[in-house]
Design a protein around this ligand. Structure first.
Ligand SMILES: C[S@@+](CC[C@H](N)C(=O)[O-])C[C@H]1O[C@@H](n2cnc3c(N)ncnc32)[C@H](O)[C@@H]1O
Length: 193
């Protein structure tokens, strides 16, 4: 490469670095805000209700627990810490994802818990064996067809406060005045769960 070619290379390379830098600024700035409006604002489940939900679902170390709208991560973190489960938290708010990821590190369960900044309506939830919810009646109603379609037979769904409309729960408990509901996905007719 002669001197002229060297200068041309430097100019081209330098422009590419500058362009990458300019593109990177807006995309990292966007990560402080959710990609769209929240369907439900963050309100944490009290810890005694978290414990009761995981107990009701009979979570074990063989489970993969998905919390849809995971907030500060307390449900996935408790599933990993108390029961040795693998757990995934999905939240549309990047601030909640950062907070939950830091909380998982502080609780020494970061090797078993993952937080994903995604919309719960489009996230892949098919690996779940347990799904936990603390959303709202209308969000639960919109979510029910996805649960039915994507979850494997035998998957347990536990919801804090809100039921799933006409989908009759197999159990309902009250913990400190808060209702929690359990369902187990049925096998398609003619097969075993
Ligand atoms: C009521 S909080 C529940 C937090 C946590 N699951 C708990 O029980 O402590 C609901 C969470 O859902 C999140 N959220 C709202 N709309 C969402 C959506 N479309 N996809 C994913 N997360 C969403 C909010 O950011 C919030 O953290």
């Amino acid at each position: 490469m002669n001197e002229r070619e060297g200068r041309m290379m430097f100019r081209a390379f330098g422009s590419a670095v500058l362009l990458a830098f300019v593109v990177a600024i807006p995309s990292s700035a966007q990560q402080t805000a959710p990609s769209r409006h929240l369907d439900v604002v963050f309100v944490p489940t009290p810890s005694e209700v978290v414990d009761a939900m995981l107990k009701l679902a009979k979570v074990t170390s063989n489970d993969v627990v998905y919390d849809l709208g995971s907030g500060d991560g307390r449900i996935p973190i408790a599933a990993a810490k108390t029961y040795g489960a693998h757990a995934v938290g999905i939240d549309i708010d990047p601030e909640r994802i950062r907070e939950a990821t830091a909380n998982a590190r502080a609780a020494a369960v970061a090797d078993r818990v993952t937080f994903r900044n995604e919309d719960l309506f489009t996230a892949d939830i098919s690996p779940a064996t347990v799904v936990t919810l603390y959303l709202s009646p209308s969000v639960n109603a919109r979510l029910t067809p996805k649960l039915m379609k994507e979850l494997k037979p035998g998957t347990r769904v536990v919801s804090h406060a809100f039921d799933l409309g006409s989908w009759k729960p197999q159990q309902r408990l009250t913990v400190n005045d808060r209702p929690i509901f359990l369902w187990t996905l049925a096998a398609p007719s003619g097969t075993r769960p």
